[in-house]
Design a protein around this ligand. Sequence first.
Ligand code: 4BW
Length: 150
Amino acid sequence: MVSLEKNKLEWPTIAELMIPSEKVAHVQIGNPLEHALLVLVKSGYSAVPVLDPTYRFQGVISKTKILEETLGIEEFELNRLGEIQVNEIMDTEVPCLNPDDHMIEALHKLIDYPFVCVTNERGEFDGIVTRRSILKQYSKHYHEILKFYE
Ligand code: 4BW
């Protein structure tokens, strides 16, 4: 919660801001692209986290990446969806956050990414922080400041 009491700003923690893992659509590294595309289409998200069987975060898979991979010279080769695994094409160069990071860390990372994964000290997946949640917090903060100086 944003509080201006005693002129001191209190920001929510990353743990308070994140969507917890049990509510995040995800796929596993060994899943075929066919399954990943099904999860992406059914959930309506353009990209979701990829986890290993021990629930560690490994990367991000997107609809765009899957479509790029299946685009042949003249047409989409949809038969390839069952032949390629998620870990072969997922993005691995993506930033992460820790649950005790400051919110400003999330803001910096969300400039370039629509969501950032939160992992604990063992690399296990805790959830995601989205652009939406950060924008909501900064909007709330802005209105609190306006009220404070009225
Ligand atoms: O199904 C949806 N429900 C709601 N309430 N909003 C949605 C949904 N799908 C998209 N949106 C909206 C959100 O504002 O469109 C934005 C862009 O979605 P995206 O990226 O391109 O699929 C959403 O912005 P956001 O909430 O800041 O989320 C940023 C990105 O985080 C999404 C998606 O890749 C990922 N994401 C969000 N919630 C997720 C999730 N991935 C897996 N599981 C979730 N629960």
